[in-house]
Write a protein that binds this ligand. Structure first.
Ligand code: SAM
Length: 229
């Protein structure tokens, strides 16, 4: 059985899509997608031999040799020579996901959907999508085992489409998530507000140093945004 997090990721994959799961590790998602018949073919990529061999074990165990190809390689490099509809990158930090996308972005040429699940700092992912012509078509936020996870779904097109004049705030918090708040969203930002207020207080008595003024302003602005919600 898939975790609630990966189950949600799978819901954003279209029926019949050929998928590449980058950083697949145990290979649970590729096994689920092919076993259920949702995907005819999945590439399970990982940069490390250890995780890839555990994916291979899963493939053999489920007799899915003809439907899942395990490939050793860094990031999008495993897309070379393949024809893929959807790329999934899940279970990593936002900055790592953004750097994987940025490194070999020409390999995304034939790809029409990205399903990205940053564990932290999802704003880095939204920013990359925005800067690189990917339209954020959907988002999700959920809680599992006291951790809050976000999912960003993007398709090629007008990257500005889902954003308003509150661009900075929406890149930070997620334009779709702001429109459909749930308990996970409330929990995440309540925690964040408490954290920022603590830092704000500490900075009041901080010794002046380069960049401190900007840092204080940034925190005050974020506190204002959070209090609006
Ligand atoms: N995607 C799975 C999930 O969401 O449950 C596994 C996430 S696991 C925490 C992260 C995996 O990403 C590890 O197996 C690691 O080896 C792999 N990884 C890290 N950097 C990578 C990169 N640049 N390219 C491919 N895989 C990478």
């Amino acid at each position: 059985k898939l975790s609630k997090r990966l189950e949600k990721v799978s819901q954003f994959i279209k029926e019949g899509a050929v998928v590449a799961d980058i950083g697949s590790d145990h290979g649970y998602l590729p096994v689920y997608l092919t076993d259920t018949g949702k995907s005819p073919f999945v590439i399970a990529g990982d940069v490390n031999e250890g995780p890839l061999s555990s994916a291979r074990e899963q493939i053999i165990k489920h007799n899915l040799n003809d439907k899942i190809k395990a490939k050793l390689g860094s990031g999008l490099a495993v897309l070379e020579g393949e024809s893929v509809d959807t790329v999934v990158i899940a279970g990593m930090g936002g900055p790592l996901i953004a750097s994987i996308l940025d490194k070999d972005k020409e390999l995304l040429k034939g790809v029409n959907r990205l399903v990205l699940q940053p564990n932290v700092a999802s704003d880095h992912v939204r920013k990359w999508l925005f800067d690189n012509g990917w339209n954020l078509v959907d988002e999700a936020i959920l809680e599992e085992d006291d951790h809050v996870y976000e999912i960003a779904v993007a398709e090629k097109g007008n990257a500005r489409k889902n954003y308003s004049s509150m661009l900075e705030k929406e890149l930070w918090m997620g334009p779709c998530l702001l429109k459909n708040k749930n308990s996970a969203f409330e929990k995440k930002w309540k925690r964040e507000l408490a954290q920022l207020e603590k830092i704000d207080k500490q900075l009041e008595t901080a010794v002046t140093r380069p960049g401190l003024r900007e840092k204080k302003q940034d925190i005050k602005m974020k506190i204002t945004w959070l209090k609006e919600e």
